[in-house]
Design a protein. Structure first.
Length: 510
């Protein structure tokens, strides 16, 4: 299949969170499975590995004609799945099977230093910027020559018009509208399909109604964009895309209600056309090969995990004691439930445990974290900021990972924790409910604890059971660790599910 993944963020070139991670990892695995894959995102700055294609196009928006240029970088298939499709060698500038082409849309409105805004807030022309990305992304599939049209040929050709556009969040939700309003009536992309990925339904791209006129489509399309008298880009994608895919099955159900933030009834109206696929994690989060941790370990040999715990305790100046070591890595804000942890902290600090927190965000929560460390120097540490290496070492060295999020579309840290034998305690919401099963020793099931009610009492109960199990039932603890470590959370699993969705939408249009 021909697949074009359009997004505001594609890691490692641009990233603020999970959107960038998904759009950076999924394309490579799809390519390794034999598909021709293109990503399209803005060129926020000069990327050393991206070359100017020389291709230009002109797009009419907001009463003016705008020139955009296209730059391209390529990445190989990840080694973990490269065996599913031969990669081979390719001459410079030619995409071989298994490679991904990353197209960057160049326009002055993107090159400001920020993705969505700066210290003063969101950019005032974000509607223009992402409408431009949507139009330029569609045209990239038809204009930018990046793939061999056939094996053994030297000339390059564009991805083509028989393509699945996988668009993501509100930033590229205008793609289905532009296909229906501009391209298909002109005889282009008639067999193209669209899949809208929902990473966070709370961000919808809402703008004043009068700005609709700048989108360069007929007024008859206004009802598809109108949400309570405002222009709503996410709504546009929800009603016009061929399929809508949330980043976990439970989150797909949740957005049909309160977590749809006003769009719940529209998500629900999609019925079976709304699905959920849990994100995967890459091989950089593998304790058997992770170069950033003190010792390797695996489900078959957990001995290195104790070495990682001792190294983490030494690094943070904690006593080298055999007590449960708890970790939390999160943005410090109410969505992540860090305030709930602070609510139970007085009780938690009466237990024989050690606690390590890594994150930044709310000034009040950062101050509470500092006070926690000051008041409990023998058992608590708080690192304000973010440190990738420390995050790996915390996942490897901790016994328990805490993730009491109010809502969490998918979540990745709980999956990292499962892979590292660090038992998660989570609030049963979104992807956390899909990935963490509460321990049931009578049936040899469970990989952690997922508490249902978002309350201090429910969190304390779950923590109590976790600490009791660690202290009194070490064999059950080891079995629980191994169950989590042997589950398949690879991107290959996720990519296979997306393959089925893409095939469905191409069948609709074929």
């Amino acid at each position: 299949m021909n697949i074009a993944i359009l997004a505001a963020e594609v890691a490692p070139w641009s990233k603020t969170g999970g959107l960038g991670d998904v759009c950076g990892a999924l394309p490579g695995v799809l390519a390794a499975l034999g598909h021709r894959v293109l990503t399209v995102s803005p060129r926020y700055k000069e990327y050393a590995d991206a070359d100017d294609t020389g291709v230009r196009t002109y797009i009419h928006l907001f009463g003016q004609r705008h020139e955009v240029r296209y730059f391209v970088a390529r990445t190989p298939a990840p080694e973990a799945v490269a065996g599913d499709a031969p990669v081979g060698d390719a001459p410079a500038g030619i995409a071989a099977p298994g490679e991904v082409r990353h197209v960057f849309v160049d326009h002055p409105s993107f090159r400001r230093g920020g993705i969505y805004g700066d210290a003063h807030g969101s950019y005032g022309d974000n509607l223009f910027r992402f409408a431009l990305l949507s139009r330029a992304g569609i045209e990239a599939a038809a204009l930018v020559p990046v793939f061999r049209p056939a094996p053994g040929t030297a000339d390059l050709a564009p991805l083509g018009e028989d393509v699945v556009f996988h668009v993501n969040d509100w930033h590229t939700s205008l793609v289905p509208l532009y296909l229906d309003a501009i391209y298909r009536p002109a005889g282009h992309f008639r067999r193209a399909g669209t899949v809208l990925g929902i990473h966070n339904a709370g961000h919808q791209g809402a703008f004043a109604a009068h700005q609709f006129a700048g989108l360069d489509v007929s007024s008859r399309w206004w009802p598809h964009t109108d949400m309570n008298g405002h222009l709503n880009l996410l709504k546009t994608g929800v009603v016009l895309a061929d399929r809508v895919v949330a980043v976990s099955p439970n989150y797909a159900r949740e957005i049909c209600g309160e977590l749809g933030f006003g769009l719940g009834h529209l998500f629900a109206s999609r019925g079976r056309e709304l699905l959920g696929i849990v994100n995967g994690v890459g091989e950089e989060w593998n304790p058997a090969t992770d170069p950033q941790i003190a010792a390797p370990f695996s489900a078959e040999d957990l001995s290195g995990k104790l070495a990682c715990k001792r190294a983490l305790q030494a690094e943070l100046g904690l006593p080298a004691r055999d007590v449960p070591l708890l970790a939390l890595i999160a943005r410090l804000d109410p969505q992540k439930g860090v305030d709930l942890l602070m609510e139970i902290l007085p009780w938690l600090m009466t237990q024989d445990v050690q606690l390590v927190i890594l994150g930044s965000g709310s000034a009040a929560l950062e101050q509470q974290m500092r006070e926690m460390e000051w008041n409990h120097r023998d058992k608590a540490r708080g690192w304000v900021g973010y440190n990738e290496g420390l995050a790996h070492r915390m996942e490897a060295g901790a016994d328990l990972f805490l993730m009491p999020s109010r809502f969490e579309p998918c979540g990745l840290n709980q999956i990292y924790s499962l892979r590292y034998g660090t038992v998660p305690v989570v609030h049963a919401t979104g992807g956390l409910a899909d990935t963490v099963e509460t321990l049931d020793p009578s049936r040899d099931r469970g990989t952690g604890w997922a508490f249902r009610s978002f309350s201090a009492g429910a969190f304390m109960d779950a923590m109590g059971w976790a600490l009791l199990t660690w202290w009194r039932f070490p064999d059950e603890w080891r079995a629980m660790q191994r169950r989590g470590m042997t589950q398949d959370w690879t991107w290959t699993r996720s990519a296979r599910a997306y393959e089925r969705v893409y095939a469905e939408v191409l069948g609709l249009r074929g």
